[in-house]
Design a protein around this ligand. Structure first.
Ligand code: PNW
Length: 477
């Protein structure tokens, strides 16, 4: 339009990391190759009724065989970073003992391919694929699993610490603990509030012991972080009962992890709210010191905020909290909290599009962890993407989502936040856990009949941003 006003371009720092994120079980396939044994997600997805359409990660998008093509795709787009996870059962099939070289070699080849293309790798050690044998021995509710994780971390650190600078211990331990052992919508599908709290603690311990193990074998220049799903919790009113409900959910979503990790203690309000379930005697004397390790950065995953109020009475059955339909709550001790749908436009997951929540989240951690560099380690959206007759995939809704959220990131940087990078979830469509392949988060489309990759218009848009550091306009739909 001729009347367009010149606007100041939204420009990001030149050192900014522009990446995408994936996880092993969601993309690799090849679940029986190289000595890999089942993880809890293999078992869970092969259990009838646990995933949409009975989808499994058996083949996923066959990244294990196509990793070279996938790295080439990223390079063609001009991305300079990539966050991926290591499948523990490829490295230690039973969760214990010596490493399988074939497993480590796959990741070494992937890393070398990335480096040769000028793409900075960021490794997540645990993105939910616990070796089934460790679950059979009790899983995350048991202390031993944390010790096993530290051993695994040391093996991977030793193998790749010379060429990978960015490390993330755990991805969204909230999902592992509370969806895995509380509501049961994620593997291993257990529904026991006490087990979920024990799992949360042993995930914290795994994080702390894992950091110590990594530091003992890696060059000091490497950066170690954790990716938390750090909910933005809002209330329907400022009523004291609603504020108390929000405090409870904030403790159970955030404080249960960042309390011990960042401040060396569980929030007193959390211990009180869960006192009818446990006295937390599984927290041993030195645990909090072990968990409270210095971090080099913090990873924030953000999709949508959480809106709560006090319930007048006990809430039973599935809650409208966007965490999947289960009769069992992922919020131990919070049966008196009601969840509400945030108003506004929603993605295919039913998650409200709320970019202000991302700004709020970044500013919160800027205050709460002063001086700690932040990375957005996941952000993105699922939409109903369709391929045109001419073989192109046009996804203007995803571009609008990315544009608004990156504007929020930029605003946070302008407000003093030290955000160093952004990893879009996800590089390609993939296995969306209990939702199977029906929910597409990729900026690259997958044709599941042929596994052919086609970059969506959002991928081209994001690549332009990565190459220029300037936020492109949202194209006319
Ligand atoms: C994250 N919830 O998962 C994961 O880190 C990714 O592996 C996943 O594909 C992505 O977000 C999109 O869902 C979540 O119920 C799973 O609130 C469930 C929830 C949040 C994040």
């Amino acid at each position: 339009p001729e009347s367009a006003q010149p606007v100041t371009p939204v420009t990001f720092p030149s050192s900014f990391l522009w990446g995408t994120a994936t996880s092993a079980y969601q993309i690799e396939g090849a679940v029986r190759e190289g000595g890999r044994t089942p993880s809890i997600w293999d078992t869970f997805s092969h259990t009838p009724g646990k995933t949409a359409d009975g989808d499994t990660g058996d083949i996923a998008v066959d990244h294990y065989h196509r990793y070279r093509d996938d790295v080439a795709l990223m390079a063609d787009l001009g991305l300079n970073a990539y966050r991926f996870s290591i499948a523990w059962p490829r490295v230690q099939p039973t969760g214990r003992g010596p490493a399988v070289q074939v497993g480590l070699d796959f990741y070494r080849r992937l890393v070398d391919e990335l480096l040769s293309r000028g793409i900075t790798p960021a490794i997540t050690l645990y993105h939910w694929d616990l070796p089934q044998e460790l679950e059979d021995a009790g899983g995350w509710p048991e202390r031993d699993t944390a010790l096993r994780f530290a051993e695994y971390a040391q093996i991977v650190g030793e193998a790749l610490g010379d060429r990978v600078e960015h490390w993330i211990t755990l991805n969204e331990p909230w999902c592992s603990a509370f969806l895995g052992y509380g509501s049961g919508v994620h593997a291993p599908g257990r529904t026991d509030p006490l087990a979920s709290l024990r799992a949360a603690h042993h995930l914290n311990l795994a994080h702390g012991l894992g950091i110590q193990a990594l530091r003992s074998v890696m060059p000091a220049r490497n950066s170690i972080a954790v990716s938390l799903n750090s909910s933005v919790v809002r209330t329907v009113s400022q009523d004291p009962a609603d504020l108390a409900a929000a405090q409870k959910i904030d403790d159970l979503a955030n404080g249960v992890f960042h309390g011990p990790m960042l401040h060396g203690a569980y929030p007193a309000t959390l211990l009180e709210a869960t006192s009818s379930i446990t006295d937390w005697s599984f927290v041993l004397d030195d645990d909090l010191r072990a968990i409270h390790q210095p971090l080099d950065a913090l990873g924030l995953n953000y999709y949508t905020p959480t809106l709560v109020s006090a319930a007048n009475g006990v809430v039973k059955g599935p809650r409208a909290d966007g965490h999947g339909a289960s009769e069992y709550s992922p919020w131990p001790g919070a049966d008196d909290v009601a969840f509400h749908q945030t108003p506004g436009e929603r993605t295919l997951m039913g998650w409200t599009v709320d970019p202000d929540g991302l700004h709020e989240l970044i500013m919160r951690y800027t205050r709460e962890a002063p001086g700690l560099p932040l990375y957005i380690t996941e952000n993105g959206a699922a939409y109903e993407d369709k391929m045109d007759e001419d073989g192109r995939v046009h996804d203007p809704e995803r571009i609008a989502y990315l544009h608004s959220h990156l504007t929020a990131v930029h605003r946070a940087i302008a407000d003093g936040a030290d955000v160093r990078g952004y990893f879009l979830w996800s590089l390609m469509d993939n296995f969306e856990w209990a939702y199977g392949y029906a929910k597409r988060f990729g900026v690259v489309h997958i044709d599941y009949a042929t596994l052919k990759r086609t970059t969506k218009s959002s991928g081209h848009w994001y690549g332009r941003l990565a190459r220029t550091g300037v936020l492109p306009e949202v194209p006319e739909a």
